[in-house]
Design a protein around this ligand. Structure first.
Ligand SMILES: C[S@@+](CC[C@H](N)C(=O)[O-])C[C@H]1O[C@@H](n2cnc3c(N)ncnc32)[C@H](O)[C@@H]1O
Length: 219
């Protein structure tokens, strides 16, 4: 399947979910909105919200970002993929279509959201994605030990400066020698802009690319 066919299939599921009138109870361990300034304790405890499924389905990687990931995969050909932030399962579905032989591990803190993602994957018949339910900082230590070396890591949740730098430091030692780390929403807030600059300043990469909203590091 080429990129256009894949994006048509994935975006069709998004359009179906966007027509839904149901509400989903979600636990949000993330940073909320750019100026919300949630405390680390609020993010650790999580905030319970009831959200329309239609709004949840609007979140995440769509055609343009998917195409950038597709471009990276064409040369990287990743076999082990880690994603922080599953949401409704769209980005993991894209990655699964792009790399059908890879194993994808994706973490989602909100159990009901993870359920929607699993339905997305099942509906597409994608069997190479494992959705792990829990807070990133709780799931990562054991997962990283078990799945390394990671060829591609996509950090797409908890857009907080300190948290993003913590995830970078935690994941880096488990990356493959020539792996790629991709950070979404590097311009989402002042904190995320600073986190991206600090990550670049650590010079752990051979090459970096700023896609505007996403930043990639080739290690
Ligand atoms: C931007 S969405 C992910 C979108 C998805 N990657 C896509 O493109 O389809 C971020 C997700 O990360 C989850 N999340 C945020 N902070 C988290 C944390 N600290 N632990 C676990 N999950 C978290 C949220 O519940 C949300 O579903």
């Amino acid at each position: 399947m080429d990129f256009v066919e894949i994006s048509q299939i994935v975006e069709q599921r998004r359009e179906e979910l966007k027509k839904s009138e149901s509400l989903v109870e979600v636990i949000d361990y993330g940073a909320g909105s750019p100026n919300e300034n949630r405390s680390s304790e609020q993010m650790r405890q999580g905030i319970t919200l009831e959200l329309p499924l239609a709004s949840l389905a609007s979140i995440g990687v769509k055609r343009e970002k998917a195409q950038q990931i597709f471009g990276i995969f064409e040369t990287l050909k990743p076999k082990r993929i880690l994603e922080l932030g599953t949401c409704c399962g769209f980005s993991s579905a894209y990655m699964s279509f792009f790399a059908p032989k890879a194993k994808i591990y994706t973490i989602e803190g909100s159990p009901n959201t993870a359920k929607v993602a699993k339905e997305t994957h099942k509906g597409f018949g994608l069997a190479n994605i494992e959705v792990l339910v829990g807070r990133f900082d709780k799931v990562l230590p054991e997962l990283l030990e078990n799945i390394s070396p990671i060829d591609f890591a996509f950090i797409d949740g908890h857009h907080d400066k300190v948290a993003t730098l913590d995830y970078f430091r935690a994941i880096l030692p488990f990356m493959a020698k020539d792996g790629v780390m991709l950070f979404d929403d590097i311009a989402w807030s002042l904190g995320m802009k600073e986190a991206w600059q600090e990550i670049l300043a650590q010079k752990k990469h051979k090459k970096s690319q700023d896609f505007g909203f996403m930043g990639a590091l080739w290690l």
